[in-house]
Design a protein around this ligand. Structure first.
Ligand SMILES: Cc1cc2nc3c(=O)[nH]c(=O)nc-3n(C[C@H](O)[C@H](O)[C@H](O)COP(=O)(O)OP(=O)(O)OC[C@H]3O[C@@H](n4cnc5c(N)ncnc54)[C@H](O)[C@@H]3O)c2cc1C
Length: 419
């Protein structure tokens, strides 16, 4: 039976931004012998439930060890804005300084100056200080009684679902294979590489041979390793993040807020005709299939935001909520919020070839991470070629997108929760 098995050089498990990004990276180098298996629809996991920011992450400047990640993300922010300007656009963020509690003006000024410096030639616009009146003009619902002044700075904002779909479609357009509704049940060592067992959309068990396997199943990556009797190389946590959706509050810029109680950062941002407020953090040891915000988290977000607003946000105004799972390798001795968003890679080896598991990572820097993995794979085959994902010519033209992804992929799968 095994002689007739379909063989590929690289099989990717998971159609989130990392799986789709590797498909695109390899096909942009001229490799066509690559397949991506997604159990559901492209982008249905974490990659359509983010805060939608393409950013260096001002908050990560609290640790020197994360400066490199911030700098790389700021460079990628510019690259993505140049390649897919219809999906990734600049957004102004207003950072108010409270009269009582929170970080002081000088600390924030120093952080923003560093943020500008790390962006270097990739900066969008340098930060500036705002009076309370100027902040009010930009964010009418801000409570000027409670704030001393504010800062304005720029980052990127995206349609995350549109981005992951564009990346996956570009991979298919360049000759890669993409199968939705394919649930991988196990990956088994073979003298010739790996044998992947998966169930197709009809529930039939299928087998596939691959020399290299990329486990990009995000929060479900350990489930696949466990089912394959492979011991995970890293300890990981699932950190649930949730957002509340309000009707358009008429703000054109976003608010970057710090909870005066515990120092946690959250955002109130305009997005596609609604206003988003997020995020919270909640730990899971194993990834649940459906994650939903709790009443306690809703109260936490609203109360934290209301420290800055007038009129106050009301629970009754929430239209919907959505939640996603951040899957991170645990840094020893660090709290969850300060556990690095930087990626880690785990390796397992068969008789020939390897299985690579991706831990963590940020949406913003997915392209450079996939490039590093693409470099490694093509070098290991002695067939190195440069990636082309930073070139517009390696992306599917927008008008061909609908023709390249199956019609079934166009359905609405933002399964946001009703309150
Ligand atoms: C609340 C929240 C907010 C965030 N905000 C930002 C932000 O503003 N900016 C930023 O840069 N980053 C942000 N991130 C991080 C970013 O969203 C993630 O790093 C990224 O989406 C992870 O993508 P992924 O491909 O690794 O995982 P996922 O998107 O989860 O993809 C994994 C895929 O694997 C599939 N899968 C699982 N099991 C199997 C199986 N057995 N067989 C086949 N397929 C399988 C799943 O269906 C899923 O589609 C945020 C994360 C969270 C949780």
């Amino acid at each position: 039976m095994q002689k007739d098995l379909k063989r590929v050089r690289v099989a990717i498990i998971g159609g989130g931004i990392h799986g789709a990004g590797i498909l695109h990276d390899l096909t942009s180098r001229g490799w066509k012998d690559v397949i991506l298996l997604e159990k559901n629809r492209i982008g249905v996991g974490t990659s359509s439930r983010s805060t939608k920011l393409v950013h260096g992450g001002l908050r990560y400047l609290q640790r020197i060890s994360q400066f490199g990640m911030v700098r790389e993300s700021l460079k990628e922010r510019k690259t993505l804005m140049d390649i897919v300007p219809d999906i990734v656009k600049p957004i102004e963020l207003i950072l108010p300084i409270l009269k009582r509690g929170g970080r002081n003006r000088l600390t924030i000024k120093a952080g923003l100056t560093l943020y500008d410096a790390l962006a270097g030639s990739y900066h969008l616009k340098k930060h500036s200080g705002l009076s309370t009146a100027e902040a009010k003009a930009k964010i009418p619902c801000i409570n000027t009684e409670k704030i001393n002044c504010a800062f304005s700075f720029y980052d990127g904002q995206m349609d995350d679902l549109a981005l992951v779909r564009r990346v996956a479609a570009s991979g298919r357009f360049l000759g890669g294979e993409l199968v939705e509704g394919a649930t991988v049940t196990s990956v088994n060592k073979d003298q010739d590489g790996w044998i992947i067992d998966y169930k197709d959309e009809m529930g039939n068990v299928q087998h596939l041979k691959a020399l290299v396997v990329i486990n990009a199943a995000g929060p479900w990556a350990h489930e696949i390793l466990n089912q394959s009797n492979l011991i995970p190389t890293h300890r990981a946590i699932n950190n649930q993040g949730s957002h509340l959706i309000f009707p358009d509050m008429g703000i054109k810029s976003g608010l970057f807020l710090e909870s005066p109680k515990d120092g946690r950062i959250f955002f109130l941002i305009p997005w596609q005709g609604v206003t988003l407020l997020g995020t919270t953090e909640k730990l899971w040891s194993e990834a649940p299939n459906d994650v939903k915000i709790s009443e306690e988290e809703i109260d936490y977000l609203i109360n934290g935001c209301n420290e800055y607003l007038d009129p106050l946000l009301k629970k009754e105004s929430i239209i919907q909520t959505f939640s996603g799972l951040r899957w991170l390798a645990v840094d020893q001795g660090q709290s969850i919020s300060s556990t690095s968003r930087e990626h880690s890679i785990g390796y397992h080896y068969s008789g020939r070839g390897y299985l690579l598991t991706i831990y963590g990572g940020k949406y913003t820097s997915y392209r450079s991470l996939c490039e590093k993995i693409g470099d490694e794979i093509t070098k290991s085959f002695g067939e190195f070629r440069d990636t082309r994902t930073h070139e517009q010519g390696a992306w599917i033209p927008a008008h061909l997108l609908e023709k390249t992804l199956d019609p079934v992929q166009r359905f609405e799968y933002r399964d946001w929760h009703q309150i």
